[in-house]
Design a protein around this ligand. Structure first.
Ligand SMILES: NC(=O)c1ccc[n+]([C@@H]2O[C@H](COP(=O)([O-])OP(=O)(O)OC[C@H]3O[C@@H](n4cnc5c(N)ncnc54)[C@H](O)[C@@H]3O)[C@@H](O)[C@H]2O)c1
Length: 266
């Protein structure tokens, strides 16, 4: 056998026939990831609170049994259990899980007067939701040496005022990710993506879809020269779900157009 390393073509369908469950997959970044998984040859089970948005995805994609929607509230254990039971039965197992669902607007009131319910709204959906989804997905993921991708945030590293519950929940997701990578390796890999500013207006359900209203200043403040899109996050998600990233686990990879690397002196 020759020891010469071969030049190999890039696989055009790195997720061929792989099944990926995506929470909050009917709109925004989750929908972007679902479409990229389909484009990479995979099959998707999207779960979302918004049933109309889920139905719209299936109608617009028109890919037959390569895409399924099941209602899901990641903050409710019974709903999560039912989602994964249906997804695994209909799609015949699971190769990937994307923890993406949860409130995207991080802003709350002053911490000194913040109702406990507001704190719990973020922790329950983002952090407890990811725990529950991993809990019910892991038996299936272990069987097929699957991968978990969790959507954290660049807010794990930096903050605006009055965003404590969101930042704490996202920081917890990064810790959950490396803890799972250690417990579940080598059978299951776990990684997190930290998006920066991602414009999702064009990825909403049809009735509320619109072009993002972004100024030149919005784009120019990013070292990459523009605000991000769901495709920017989806490209990395596909890589982290695919065998090409087999030596990557326990990581939090920031995708923010360079914003967290930029000095902010006024
Ligand atoms: N957009 C950004 O700039 C940005 C930046 C960093 C991180 N993120 C993170 O990315 C993820 C997606 O954000 P987005 O901007 O696409 O949001 P989005 O609001 O456009 O979409 C979120 C989707 O999740 C669903 N959802 C919300 N709560 C849910 C729950 N409890 N159970 C099931 N589905 C639920 C919503 O119905 C919606 O379809 C979130 O975790 C968010 O924190 C977003």
């Amino acid at each position: 056998m020759s020891l010469t390393p071969p030049v190999l073509p890039l696989d055009p369908a790195p997720l061929r026939d792989r099944v990926v469950a995506i929470t909050g997959g009917a709109q925004g970044i989750g929908r972007g990831i679902a479409q990229a998984v389909l484009g990479a040859g995979g099959r998707v089970a999207i779960g979302d609170l918004d049933r109309d948005a889920g139905a719209a995805c299936l109608a617009e994609w028109d890919v037959g049994d390569r895409a399924w929607f099941f209602p899901l509230d990641v903050a409710r254990e019974a709903s999560v259990r039912s989602f994964f039971a249906k997804a695994c039965t209909r799609l015949g197992g699971l190769d990937g899980l994307v923890n993406n669902a949860g409130p995207a607007d991080p802003h709350v009131d002053d911490l000194a007067t913040l109702p406990l319910s507001q704190w719990r709204r973020f922790i329950d959906a983002h952090l407890t939701g990811a725990f529950l989804c991993c809990k019910y997905a892991l038996p299936a993921l272990r069987e097929r040496h699957g991968a978990i991708v969790t959507i954290a945030s660049s807010r794990v590293l930096q903050s605006e005022p009055h965003t404590e519950p969101y930042a704490a929940a996202k920081g917890g997701l990064v810790a959950l990710t490396h803890a799972m990578a250690i417990s579940e390796g080598p059978r299951v890999r776990a990684n997190a993506i930290g998006p920066g500013w991602i414009a999702t207006e064009a990825w909403r359900r049809p009735a509320s879809r619109r072009r993002p209203a972004l100024s030149r200043r919005d784009h120019a403040q990013h070292p990459a020269g523009r605000v991000g899109t769901p495709e920017d996050i989806a490209a990395l998600a596909v890589y982290l779900l695919s065998p090409a990233s087999g030596f990557v686990t326990g990581q939090h990879i920031v995708v923010d157009g360079g914003m967290t690397r930029k000095m902010q002196y006024a």
